[in-house]
Design a protein around this ligand. Structure first.
Ligand code: ADP
Ligand code: 5GP
Length: 210
């Protein structure tokens, strides 16, 4: 992504990370339902679609060759290998949305979040925590979307992902969904009041002061 983006950006960056099964997609869905004006960064992945997932809405599902070709052309703002598949954020739509003043939500893993922080140091970096390992396992199994083998891999990776939580600015425990959601929306809304997200506000007000 070109370096001028952080300087010119008018929209706010909101990055959400969590071990798989914590409830990130559930919370992202709630946030997007309440704030439909938030842009969503649709990632590319080499993972196969789950039942109900739509190409171009949930992800762009790519063959590995195409993913690596696009990665090597520098089309991704960040990319990472997660649970044995490649995932990446197409840079161009993110840049367009931010320049237009649209806030952008990223549902990515911690490796990608750390890469994005280099480009967007003023973003809101939120780590969602599961209440316990047992509850995480229960949620992954209860979701019913992944094979036992995939679930085992995701649980194994969860420990490493929890260690990455210390790199994030906000920690939200997803115990009670409504409470966790209230915290998340508060983080988002308070971020919008930050000076860095209102670059022209003061000058616009002062223009009328003569
Ligand atoms: P992620 O996107 O983090 O992998 P999901 O949003 O798919 O996780 O949630 C995993 C499962 O846990 C889903 O079946 C979801 O309905 C359930 N879930 C999400 N949040 C909670 C919660 N606070 N309490 C109980 N179950 C939850
Ligand atoms: P899932 O396969 O369950 O949809 O996603 C697995 C993990 O990959 C989740 O932690 C999700 O946030 C992450 N992920 C999704 N898109 C991207 C992306 O573009 N980049 C990175 N680094 N991770 C992503």
């Amino acid at each position: 992504m070109s370096n001028d983006c952080p300087v010119l950006q008018k929209g706010q960056v909101l990055v959400m990370c969590a071990p798989s099964g914590t409830g990130k997609s559930t919370l992202v869905k709630k946030l997007r339902a309440e704030f439909p004006e938030i842009g969503f960064s649709i990632s590319c992945t080499t993972r196969s679609p789950r039942e109900g997932e739509v190409h171009g809405r949930d992800y762009y599902f790519l063959e590995k060759d195409e993913f690596t070709a696009r990665r090597d052309k520098g089309e991704f703002a960040e990319w990472a290998e997660v649970h044995g598949n490649y995932y990446g954020t197409p840079a161009a739509p993110v840049k367009d949305m931010l320049l237009q003043g649209t806030d952008v939500l990223f549902d990515i893993d911690f490796q990608g979040a750390m890469q994005l922080r280099e480009t967007f140091p003023d973003g809101l970096y939120v780590f969602l925590l599961p209440p316990s390992y047992a509850e995480l396992e229960k949620r992954l199994k209860g979701r019913g979307t992944d094979s036992a083998e995939v679930i085992e891999k995701r649980l194994k990776n969860a420990r490493k992902e929890m260690d990455a939580a210390s790199n994030f600015d906000y920690w939200v425990i997803n115990d009670n969904l409504d409470r966790a959601y209230t915290e998340l929306r508060t983080i988002y809304l308070s971020g919008k009041s930050r000076r860095c997200n209102r670059p022209e506000l003061l000058n616009n007000i002062l223009k009328e002061w003569g």
